[in-house]
Design a protein. Structure first.
Ligand code: ANZ
Ligand code: ZN
Length: 839
């Protein structure tokens, strides 16, 4: 027919792929293996445009690699634990599990409507006990290997809701529901020793050549390696008696003569001991604890301190006695929780010194030793020469650092050290909807692992969310069990694992999912690492770092021989859309507007900026009705065509209509001729070349994930075919066109393939082969110079004789203008390269 009926074609081919299990990956296939993975979705309710874009990109690559003879693993599942399910439980009175399952069903149907080449036989949700039970087994392996420990650590406590809050639930220091001022509480919590792998995770980044540079940089900064000096100051207390030492960490030992104070964190033992005898110090420490704890918060809040009365002796000149403060900008868990302050060369110290009228000694000069230049209003942190620093004077910063470290080590009062900003991974969550931590607490035996044959520790179904807090903790029976070791009454751990644990190994479980263990080593290693991983840049740090760590930890305990889980990474841009605002500044959805007027108020509406689609800005577009209206292929085509995949893509009605029109045009084109049947007419070498070049170009573009380039090439070929007269070459070009669009618009391709009597499915057909001879350029660009200056370029057939090249160059309008009608004095021709005209 002349019209492509997307709705019937979509349904037909989706059913065929399903029934034939076309995209189920075969572990024992002799073909080369390729693992293409998009970050699995959180089952929040419905598929959004961001998912559509993400999964379309991965799908094109997966289908392309299949056509190129590879055995492709392209799986899908659900990152199903997490807070939104518990929030729904609280708001709507539904069970988090039921809510999650319903969402999965809806979203799976929506994904199927897009015709993705997914291996649904490997689908799982992380909330399946079959999955999280294996995660518990891995946790216990890590525990046995010394990679897990428990210690006290602070949580955000909502005193009204009586519950622990995640950082995202604390808004301006208050609980998101109760509005109560959030307190810090110390709880015993579980940690994974990611810091054991800090150096490894850092150095491994260098091998990730197929990762975006910016993501590697973000990881590098997060790991935050620094080299410095740890050393000790001798202390004297307020009464003037010598008493102990305080250890500090610095990355700028060169600035030691610029020190004007020492500062310790509020949780530092010295602060604690001062507070024991001084209520004012105690009050200050409590004030610090109420403040933020993140590095960013510490950076921005006002720098405050409490003078302990202690003095610290300068290591190179004990006559210099520095005051010792408790300060709110010193973190307990970085370095050693204490610093020396150099106001002239550290902005935090500068602000602190200004407030407390401490000396500002400048020791690094931007100018030379003899004519130093100083900054008055801020700290100077740039390069320079040491001044006012005794034996360091005249050195550059690096030499001075080395010198101070050398002297500290020789004197036995300090050591050169490497410090990482990376903290151990706190994995305890005081929530229901997560993987139960498989530990039993016994009064006699301590924390006892749940025996492996008792896994999975399943979540109880009968829980209530009517009151805040952790339902596992107040469940009447679930946590009361016998100690596996001594048999006495004991209680289960009621914390569940951070959901980042679930997403740290799902890609391995996709590759191999036996019942009796997390995965089979040999099978998993056949597929891994993931060849191409695709997802949002919002996961650039945590998810990717945790997954890299978890994989190394699995390697450490001998479960897999692999360090890096993702060989290639691509982070796609967002889908954006216009926004609308009412006359009084409320966001409006298009449905609330008619002819530029807000329907409910009759007031004019302003068109706002193009922004990332989000519910709060009311500018989301639900993919489902769009797919129903235009068909899956048009939506896929639009997602690929409009902008480079790493950039944002603006959704527009015009765009999707354009895509739909092209689908129809493509259909007319391939349906107009029964594939390769019409062989009248002669040859069309030009079209043949265009076709071969397009195949090569599209292949390169898809492998390079430059889908918009692939689309542009396909447009060009389609145009050329439309213009060409009937010939065998034209028929061949049409057959080629159909194959190369198949990964992008698979329903149309299958429909046309079947209509032309093609054998089997086009999904299984080989990608067209390219004749390299047809790729060779037979035209060259020749530079035209006048008196040695480039004035023009001309396109000439390769091997054009000198006299013709000369004539063509002289025919250039630009050259003619410069010659002003006079004949040239001399013309030099370098064949296929250059024509130089001497005027
Ligand atoms: C003296 C000094 C002089 C410093 C100077 C900086 C500039 P990075 O490079 O980010 O690792 N510091 C050390 N431990 C700290 C803690 N627990 N809380 C807050 N600040 C701490 O930062 C290292 C620098 O941060 C260290 O070097 C120390 O201040 C501070 F001109 O020591 B510096
Ligand atoms: Zn016991």
């Amino acid at each position: 027919s002349q019209r492509f009926n997307a709705l019937s074609a979509d349904a037909r081919w989706q059913r065929v792929w399903d029934e034939r299990r076309t995209f189920a990956a075969n572990d024992s296939s002799p073909k080369p293996k390729s693992y293409v993975l998009e970050m699995f979705p959180y089952p929040s309710g419905r598929i959004h445009m961001g998912h559509v874009r993400n999964y379309t990109m991965g799908d094109v690559l997966a289908r392309f690699r299949r056509m190129n003879g590879m055995e492709v693993l392209h799986p899908m599942g659900w990152d199903a634990f997490g807070m939104p399910a518990e929030n729904a439980a609280m708001e709507k009175g539904v069970h988090p599990g039921g809510w999650t399952r319903d969402n999965i069903a809806t979203m799976k149907a929506q994904l199927k409507r897009l015709g993705f080449a997914l291996d649904w036989t490997r689908e799982f949700a992380t909330c399946d006990p079959e999955y999280y039970g294996h995660e518990q087994a891995i946790f216990l392996r890590f525990l046995a290997a010394g990679l897990v420990y428990r210690r006290e650590s602070a949580v955000n406590w909502d005193p009204v809701d009586m519950t622990v809050l995640a950082n995202e639930q604390v808004i301006d220091g208050r609980g998101w529901r109760s509005g109560a001022l959030v307190e810090k509480r110390k709880l015993n919590q579980w940690f994974l020793k990611i810091t054991d792998f800090a150096e490894d995770l850092l150095s491994g980044l260098a091998d990730l050549k197929d990762w975006p540079e910016k993501v590697r940089l973000m990881q590098e900064n997060w790991i935050g390696k620094s080299q410095g000096l740890t050393f000790r100051f001798a202390l004297t207390d307020a009464a003037g008696t010598g008493e102990g030492v305080v250890e500090v960490y610095t990355t700028r030992p060169d600035t030691i003569f610029g020190a004007s104070f020492v500062a310790v964190a509020a949780d530092h033992p010295l602060a604690q001991s001062v507070a024991a005898g001084d209520p004012a110090a105690q009050a200050f420490i409590e004030e610090c604890r109420r403040g933020g704890t993140t590095a960013a918060e510490l950076e921005t809040q006002e720098k405050k301190g409490f003078d302990t009365g202690y003095k610290a002796a300068h290591p190179f000149d004990p006559t210099i006695q520095l005051p010792v403060y408790i300060a709110n900008f010193v973190l307990m868990d970085y370095g050693v929780g204490a610093v020396f302050g150099v106001p002239a060369h550290d902005q935090r110290d500068f602000e602190f010194a200004t407030k407390y009228k401490l000396p500002i000694r400048r020791v690094v000069s931007e100018g030379t030793k003899d004519s130093p230049e100083f900054h008055e209003a801020e700290a100077y942190t740039g390069p320079g020469t040491l001044v006012n620093s005794h034996f360091l004077d005249g050195m550059d910063i690096e030499d001075a650092k080395r010198e101070v470290i050398l002297r500290a080590e020789a004197g036995g009062w300090g050591e050169g050290t490497t410090v990482y900003r990376l903290r151990d991974w706190g994995i305890s969550r005081q929530r229901y909807w997560g993987t139960p931590i498989p530990i039993i607490h016994c009064a006699d035996c301590g924390a006892v692992p749940v025996p492996l044959d008792q896994l999975p520790v399943k979540l109880p179904e009968d829980v209530s969310f009517a009151v805040p807090g952790n339902p596992l903790d107040r469940h009447p029976t679930w946590k009361h069990v016998a100690c596996p070791s001594c048999g006495k009454d004991a209680v289960r751990e009621t914390d569940t694992l951070d959901t980042f644990a679930d997403s740290s190994w799902y890609f391995i479980r996709f590759a191999s999912q036996p019942d009796d263990k997390p995965f089979d080593k040999a099978v998993a290693e056949q597929w891994l690492p993931v060849g191409q991983y695709i997802g949002g840049v919002e996961h650039a740090i945590l998810h990717l770092l945790y997954a890299r760590f978890w994989t190394r930890a699995l390697q450490h305990v001998g479960m897999i021989d692999l360090a890096e889980p993702f060989a290639g990474l691509f982070t796609q841009g967002m889908v954006t859309h216009e926004t609308y605002k009412s006359s009084d500044g409320r966001w409006l959805s298009p449905g609330e507007i008619e002819d530029g007027i807000e329907v409910s108020t009759g007031q004019p509406v302003t068109v706002g900026r193009v922004e990332k689609m989000s519910k709060s800005k009311k500018n989301t577009v639900d993919p489902e009705p769009i797919v129903d209206q235009y068909g899956a292929d048009a939506v896929r085509w639009f997602m690929l065509s409009d902008s480079p995949p790493e950039r944002d893509l603006e959704w527009s009605e015009n765009g999707i209509e354009g895509a739909w029109r092209f689908i129809q045009r493509l259909w007319r084109l391939v349906a107009s001729e029964g594939g390769g049947s019409a062989a009248d007419g002669g040859e069309d070498i030009g079209l043949r070349k265009t076709a071969h070049r397009t195949v090569k170009g599209v292949a390169d573009a898809i492998e390079g994930l430059q889908f918009n380039k692939a689309v542009a090439l396909i447009y060009t070929l389609a145009n050329a075919i439309e213009k060409a007269a009937p010939s065998q070459d034209r028929s061949d070009a049409l057959a080629t066109l159909l194959r190369i669009v198949a990964p992008m618009v698979p329903h149309l391709a299958e429909e046309a393939w079947a209509a032309q009597g093609g054998e089997g499915l086009i999904a299984d057909v080989a990608w067209p082969t390219v004749d390299p001879a047809l790729l060779v350029d037979d035209e060259v660009t020749v530079a035209v110079q006048v008196n040695g200056k480039l004035r023009d370029t001309i396109l000439l057939p390769k091997g054009t004789p000198r006299e013709i090249a000369e004539a063509q160059a002289l025919a250039s309008e630009k050259v003619a203008r410069l010659l002003e009608g006079k004949p040239p004095r001399k013309v030099i021709v370098v064949p296929d390269r250059l024509v130089n005209i001497v005027a």
